[in-house]
Design a protein around this ligand. Structure first.
Ligand SMILES: *Cc1c(COP(=O)(O)O)cnc(C)c1O
Length: 333
């Protein structure tokens, strides 16, 4: 079902197998909330894509993976925070294919001992820390000049890997849906960080399907602009039929309110599907709110994208446990 890679370092051969050929399962979520609203909810399990590159990051990096399989050996640098799933995935590719990788990490070396960065280092990624003010300038001309002068001949991937190539890779998520009942759902909903995954889903969607993006950060109107820019960069004309949901107001990345921690726990107990505490938990909480406020007509088929990110859970495991036992609210999941 999934590309099973065996041990890291086992050579490139194992990278040839599986994924594109075999597709991914859709887990149907059943519960009183969905039943009462008369909606059907399925979850496309990108989290099962690959043991190291969990979830959407595989698809975002797919064009690069193909180039590596074809024998190209670029040196690649990119950006992210100390819990970046993207840098984690890139570091693993570097290890697997023997390419040099560099992570420009937002933050201070003192907060750097995360499980994610430990993995990345172990896989040979060089890490350079940038303070927040510098990091914010990463798209400005002066910073770019410094970058190109410091690491000439390195390929630069934007934060989160969201580039035109990532849009093309994420478009292929649609081909992973082998269950014909879920190939043309009424809605597809996906969490959003830098927007590449959402842009790819929009680019490849059937005409009848509406796409809902759930931003993990309060991006305001900038969120839509990010998605439009990515579509444009990928040479895709915006088909419409998509929107961002801004209804959930929670603290941003890395902050997990107790209510959401309890939500993760309740959801896992009910459905036996693990959620990451940044993205998919917000996706599910948003879906719940939309259902409770009657925003889906009875009969609607809603496909959620489980975008993975489960390696990043390690940083919040304690908080998850604390939240689960400290919170006693209603969780109609
Ligand atoms: C990176 C990530 C996202 C966001 O993807 P973008 O393409 O940056 O919008 C969503 N979910 C998970 C689990 C992620 O790791």
């Amino acid at each position: 079902m999934t590309a099973s890679l065996g041990q890291a370092g086992g050579g490139n051969e194992s990278m040839q197998t599986g994924l594109e050929r075999s597709g991914l399962p859709v887990t149907e979520l059943r519960g009183a909330l969905y039943r009462r609203a008369g909606v059907q909810v399925g979850m496309l399990r990108l989290d099962l894509t690959h043991p190291q590159i969990s979830g959407n990051k595989w698809f975002k990096l797919l064009p690069l993976i193909r180039r590596l399989r074809a024998g190209e050996r670029p040196r690649v640098l990119s950006f992210g925070g100390v819990w970046s799933n993207h840098l984690h995935a890139l570091a693993w590719l570097g290890h697997q294919f023997g390419i040099e990788t560099l992570g420009l990490v937002r933050g201070h070396p003192d907060q750097a001992d995360t499980a994610m960065l430990q993995d990345a280092r172990r896989w040979g990624m060089q890490i350079r820390f940038l303070d927040r003010a510098t990091y914010r300038q990463r798209d400005q001309a002066e910073f770019r000049r410094w970058l190109s002068a410091s690491w000439p001949d390195w390929e630069q991937l934007p934060e989160g890997g969201s580039s035109a190539a990532a849009v093309a890779g994420c478009r292929e998520i649609w081909q992973q849906i082998v269950d014909p009942d879920w190939q043309q759902p009424d809605y597809v909903a996906c969490a959003m960080g830098t927007g590449g995954t959402l842009a790819g889903l929009i680019a490849g969607k059937p005409a009848r399907t509406r796409v809902i993006g759930v931003a993990a950060l309060n991006l305001g109107e900038a969120g839509e602009a990010m998605v439009r820019r990515l579509l444009q960069q990928a040479g895709i004309s915006d088909p419409g039929g998509w929107a961002l949901d801004r209804g959930l107001h929670t603290p941003g990345y890395g902050r997990l309110p107790l209510g959401l921690a309890a939500f993760v726990d309740a959801f896992e107990q009910r459905h036996a599907v693990p959620l990451d505490p940044v993205y998919t938990v917000r996706l599910l909480a948003t879906l719940q709110r939309r259902i409770l406020t009657g925003q889906f007509a009875p009969g609607a088929r809603i496909l959620l994208i489980h975008s993975g990110g489960l390696q990043g859970r390690r940083g919040l495991e304690q908080r998850l446990r604390a939240g689960a036992s400290a919170f006693h609210g209603p969780h109609p999941v």
